[in-house]
Each structure stands twice: as C-alpha cells, then as structure tokens.
Design a protein around this ligand. Structure first.
Ligand SMILES: [Ca+2]
Length: 506
C-alpha cells in the first residue's frame, strides 16, 4: 500500500511536470517551413484585406497563428530582399544593393548555420541571386525569374524542363523532398514561389474564374503626385504605357515591346485555353476604343484579374503543404512562415510594381503558425523587418545568433514575453536607379506614426508623412511648422539608425 501510494505520487508528479512542460515550454528545434512568394502584396491576402480575393489556406496560417500588421522590408526589390533574409543584414552590408549584382554566397547565412546545427536544409523554387545556392542539402530552383508554364528547374546544377504550372510544380518538388527527407533530423525548407511576379500569368485552369470580377480601384488611383517629385517622375504607372497592353495585359496587339507571345512555352491544351480566354478580350478591347480614365480603369481590371488568378494558385498550393504537415504529424512541431520578398502596388497611386518606401511596397505580408508552446495569437503590431527572419529561425533552432546580424529574433514576441523591449523605428534604403521604373534612390525611417524619406542622387528631396492622418501618403508635410518637432526627432532617429546599421552610402 505504502509503495503503491508513493508510486502514485511519483506518477502524478511526473504527469504534472510533463503536463506543464508541454504547456509552457516552447518546442525545441522545431522544423521550419518558410514559404515566400514574389511580389505578393498584403492587400491580396484575405486575412489582411477582404476586398480583393479569398485566400482560405493562407488565412489558416493566420487564424491558427499570428499575423504581423507592421511587417516591412529593408529594400523593396527581389534579390536585395532575398539576400537580406538569408543574412539578417541590410543590403549595404550583404552587398546585394540591387538586382544587377551576384550574391556573395560565401557569406554566413541562416541556412548554413542551421545545416551546421544538424538541420536538413532545402531550397525549392525561385532564388534569383545569380550565384549557386549555398547552405542547402538540396536545392532545385528556377533560372532567373523563372517561367510560368512548363518551366525549367535547375536541380543541384542540372537543368530540366517540367510539364505543368510553376506554382504547382514548385509545391510538388517540396512535398517530394519532405517525403524523402531523413526523418530523424529537423528540417528547414524554403519554398519560394515565382508567382505572382510580372507578367502575372495565371494557371489556364483559373483564367475564367476571374474573368467577370470587378475590383474597386483604390481611392488614390488617379493621384496627381502633388508635392512629391519622386512619385511624379516614376515609371510604374498603370495609366501610362509603363503597363503595356501586350506584354503586361496579354492583348494580341503590338505594344512597346513589340508583339510578345505569352504562349511560346505552352503545350497545346494550355494554349487552347489561353487563346479561348484572351482572344475575345483583345477583340472586345479593339471594339471599345477606350480613352482616358475609361482606358486606365480597364487596364486596372485586367491587371487585377491576372494578378489575383496567380494568387489563387499560390493559396491553393500553400493549402497542400499545410495538409501534408497535418497528415504527417508535423503540424505541432513546425514553424510555418508565409511572406513575400516585398509588397506590391495594386493600383494605389495608379501603380503596379514596388521599390518605393511608401506603404504598399515597403510593407510585406507576414503570417506565422507557431510550434507548440509559443503562445502568441492574432495580430502583432510591433515593427518588424526582413532582417529579423534569420535571427528568428536561428533562435527557434537554439543556434547562437552571430553578433554581426542586424535583425532581432522575434521569439520573445512569439512566446509573448511581456518584458520584451522592441524597436521604435525601422530603416530603409533603395538603390536601383537609373532603371526601367525610374524610382529614385532613397532612404528613410518609419516609426509607428511617421515616415521620413530622403530622395537623393539626381534630386535632393525630403518627404514626411503623418501615417495616422494620412495613411495613403498623399500629403508631404516636410517643412510644415506644425510638424517641426516630429520632423526634428525623425531626422535625429534616422541619423542614429544610419550609424547603428553602419550605412554611410548616399
Ligand atoms: Ca519581388
């Protein structure tokens, strides 16, 4: 009796300890699934915005986890953003200041550190850093920007063509790798979609689903850029020929790049569906003879239909991966991250593309479903940036974060540590000028309420926005007396950040 009584107490005590530890202790060395798309604006995820598209699968990540409402990049363009994520450093430090240079793959990156700590690492999909990937046990990437239909993939250096639609194939490869991996080790999988990058070519199966949808143009679609010289001189306008009726909008008429044939890689079935969809659109367009605002709004609708149809595949394929995790008992011990390499203009200011430090391209979606033991749920409004991804992944994996990394681990926020002191401001610097899109070089600082930007190089212009009163950034209040104090504080903060992040480039 006595012995069994003691046994019972011991059993109860151990039950309590085990019970507590699974409830309170964050899961050690979880798997990391890092899904990223290319140019996916937060406006096109229904967790952020219900006006454009329903994305039930991406919403699953947010509903079961967290959604960052103040997530930003450090340099809003493809290759720089990717280099930032890999290194946890701003682009003037990692060397990838624009798309024209090749990434220095000898640098320390988070996949290398995870690999050294016993993680299996894989990269599948878009890479876009020119040099061969380093730090991955397995990689299978699209060359450059990649192709939407029957795309080429380079698997560990060997190029082959695959039949199908790129977003599906990328996910097929990811699921295949997950199946074949060494199941004794934790994994870190980078599943990086090519979609929905320009020229927004949807799966031919989804074309008709979006054909008759009508989208509300943003309030500032007809922005006249008053008081904003750099905004006035850009070339990312839907209204101008920057958005081409043939190259971008798939009309079968000569545009400014001549006559681009979007069907050249397609098989017969795909081409048949494509032509059946787009030929009547060309016909209708020629018949209407649109001009002025009517033409601009027509272009906007065409753009949105194609862009959002691409997102349809991104969402569906995210669902396939989430299902795989659940069916294979991996949901509780995997950190799932969904993001984009930057945001994108979906008609705001009359634009497509990215690059500017204005909200739509500076922001990027960030959703996470957390492993067991991480208690944070719902919206997170702290200012976070893509320099934070590398230290976060390392921290989750229990790997020491190198002091040179400029980002901060999000783990304290995610375990809901109320004592966390977080940053009050983030830094931005864009360099790619001159370029087709003519967005001038600029750097700046953003706090929860304000944004200060300095455009330089061929101009010397400062802009200040009060995001509380002017969330769409239509009124540059730089130099206005009522903002003198705020402006002075921001100028000081910007100078401090340039010292902190060691940026003397200008
Ligand atoms: Ca991009």
């Amino acid at each position: 009796m006595k012995i069994s009584g003691i046994l019972l107490i011991v059993l109860l005590a151990s039950f309590v300890i085990v019970g507590c530890s699974t409830k309170e202790e964050p899961m050690q060395r979880p798997n990391i699934l890092f899904i990223m798309s290319d140019d996916h604006g937060y406006q096109a995820i229904s967790s952020y915005n219900k006006e454009l598209i329903n994305t039930p699968n991406l919403d699953r990540i947010a509903d079961e986890g967290v959604i960052f409402s103040n997530s930003f990049v450090g340099n809003s363009i493809c290759a720089p953003s990717r280099a930032t994520m890999l290194t946890g450093k701003h682009t003037h430090i990692n060397g990838q200041i624009d798309n024209s240079v090749s990434f220095d793959g000898s640098q320390v990156t988070f996949p290398k550190l995870l690999q050294a700590a016993g993680y299996q690492t894989a990269l599948i999909g878009k890479w876009h850093l020119r040099s061969d990937p380093t730090g991955f046990d397995y990689w299978n990437i699209v060359p450059g920007q990649g192709q939407y239909y029957n795309p080429d993939f380079i698997e560990m250096g060997e190029k082959k063509r695959f039949e199908g639609y790129v977003t599906d194939i990328t996910t097929d490869f990811a699921l295949d790798w997950l199946d074949k991996r060494d199941k004794e080790k934790p994994f870190c999988l980078l599943l990086h979609n090519k979609a929905p990058h320009r020229t927004w070519e949807p799966d031919t199966l989804y074309l008709d689903e979006f054909k008759d949808k009508v989208y509300p143009a943003p309030e500032n679609f007809f922005d006249n850029y008053e008081g904003r010289q750099a905004a006035a001189e850009q070339h990312l306008s839907i209204r101008a020929t920057d958005m081409d009726v043939n190259y971008d909008l798939k009309l079968n008429i000569k545009g400014r790049f001549g006559l681009v044939d979007h069907t050249r890689r397609m098989n017969e079935k795909q081409r048949e569906r494509w032509n059946k969809h787009y030929q009547p659109i060309t016909k209708d367009f020629l018949k209407r003879n649109l001009e002025g605002d009517d033409l601009y709004l027509w272009k906007y609708q065409r753009y949105m239909r194609d862009y959002l149809a691409c997102i349809r595949s991104v969402d569906e394929n995210a669902g396939r991966v989430l299902d795989y995790l659940e069916e294979n008992g991996l949901a509780d011990n995997t950190l799932v991250v969904y993001t984009s390499d930057q945001g994108f203009y979906l008609g705001e200011h009359g634009w497509f593309d990215k690059r500017f430090m204005y909200e739509e391209s500076f922001r990027t979606p960030l959703l996470m479903r957390l492993p067991k033991g991480y208690n944070r749920k719902g919206e997170i409004s702290e200012l976070v940036q893509n320099i934070d991804y590398a230290p976060t992944f390392l921290d989750f994996a229990g790997v020491e974060i190198p002091p040179e990394i400029q980002g901060k681990s999000l783990k304290p926020i995610l375990i809901d540590d109320k004592n966390t002191k977080w940053r009050d401001a983030i830094y931005y610097h864009y360099y790619e000028f001159p370029n087709e899109h003519a967005v001038k070089k600029h750097y700046g600082v953003r706090t929860q309420r304000y944004k200060l930007i300095h455009f330089y190089n061929d101009i010397d212009v400062w802009e200040l926005y009060d995001l509380e009163k002017d969330p769409t950034e239509m009124h540059n209040v730089f130099g206005q007396p009522e903002y003198a104090e705020a402006q002075q504080k921001l100028e000081t903060r910007l100078a401090e950040l340039r010292v902190e992040y060691d940026d003397d480039t200008e």
